[in-house]
Ligand binder design. Sequence first.
Ligand code: NAP
Length: 498
Amino acid sequence: MALAGTGVFAEILDGEVYRYYSDGEWRSSASGKSVAIVNPTTRKTQYRVQACTQEEVNKVMDEAKVAQKAWARTPLWKRAELLHKAAAILKEHKAPIAECLVKEIAKPAKDAVSEVVRSGDLVSYTAEEGVRILGEGKLLVSDSFPGNERNKYCLSSKIPLGVVLAIPPFNYPVNLAVSKIGPALIAGNALVLKPPTQGAVAALHMVHCFHLAGFPKGLISCVTGKGSEIGDFLTMHPGVNCISFTGGDTGISISKKAGMVPLQMELGGKDACIVLDDADLDLVAGNIVKGGFSYSGQRCTAVKVVLIMESIADAVVQKVNAKLAKLKVGPPEDDSDITPVVTESSANFIEGLVMDAKEKGATFCQEYRREGNLIWPLLLDHVRPDMRIAWEEPFGPVLPVIRINSVEEGIHHCNASNFGLQGCIFTRDINKAILISDAMETGTVQINSAPARGPDHFPFQGLKDSGIGSQGITNSINMMTKVKSTVINLPSPSYTMG
Ligand code: NAP
């Protein structure tokens, strides 16, 4: 049943092409050009979106600047109320949005629905958290610093930054968009969204839910087009006061080009799973399969390399192989576990890593199999550091196993990576786990579970090439604000009663 672009969503579609959102209205670009979105499963064009022009980007930036001033004056509780409304509308319309996720990024049907529901929950939580943390400021007194009397009171509170530019990646185009939109709006900012091309139509539907909730005109806008064409113009635009980006290496080049604005960068990862010989091997195998192969490995926090003690490696590899054999491989509509990867070029890249490992002598636990963008799950054993797959992020259902003879070897491999997103350790010895966690140069370490981004209010950050700043609902709200102080200077020192 085709639901996307129909019913309440009819106005976002102009013939065959989805409109972009500017000044509270759905519009077609003056460019007269569109960008095709290819369905990863059928490899045929599924949807089209507007190729917005630089003039259209200039216009949304001007509108955002004006709308933000009025929004910052809107009481916090009213901003929260609108966000709660948008969250409810989003959840109400989960079916058509999930349908887009299935068609655009081949997300398994159930996971697509979960992404939308989780996004609604994230927006509501953000509204609640914002009311709490933005409702509080600080009072400092001067006499704690040497040489001062108690004659200055400093009142500090948080103010918005202005216009936030949000650029999410294809793998969670709704969730990773609202994780930026919610904090930006509750904190009193305006928001310009540039969705990933694969996932743009799901994102446009999500934006329409905010439109239906009744946010002021111009406060939220969504411009579409290829990142390679309008990306630089957006990220280097003088109207942007903050960039929140999630994606791959593109984030590194954006960081070098962006002006003097706060950056929130969530980039790639090569999350290591270190397995000690006292670990619960069934727990390990379950987490390697879930962590490494969910959504065909296309998750920033997927397990991307297993570093396992030689003594238990055979047993774990056997258990993982048994579980991999049970995974359903096929189209996302059938709720398959392994679905086609997002583009043909991604599939080619994954294949390149696999073939390099093959040439250099890795053991293939399954036969390598690919049809179109669909790649069957593959565990590569006896991977060595001279293979590309030991270091690079495949973003696909292929997972290298490196056998280690000491914990130090595992930590060394993890820390030699240019990435530092998450990692995990499996052991029954909590003392060892803490020592290893402290030694791992990653933003988060999970003990006895695969890496994961959520729950969404937990701090989430990458070290090294994995990012700048920290996300998670509270941290994102704080990041999208600036501290403003007012100092009251008393004519004479005061004192504390009692
Ligand atoms: P990507 O190629 O870096 O694209 C991310 C976003 O950047 C897309 O919206 C893309 O738009 C846009 N873009 C492309 N070129 C641009 C430019 N010059 N200026 C501004 N924006 C530009 O990443 P992806 O393939 O979508 O996502 C996979 C990557 O994201 C993986 O490396 C993964 O690890 C990472 N990721 C990280 C996290 C995290 O939280 N750390 C979470 C999820 C994913 P177009 O689609 O139009 O090109």
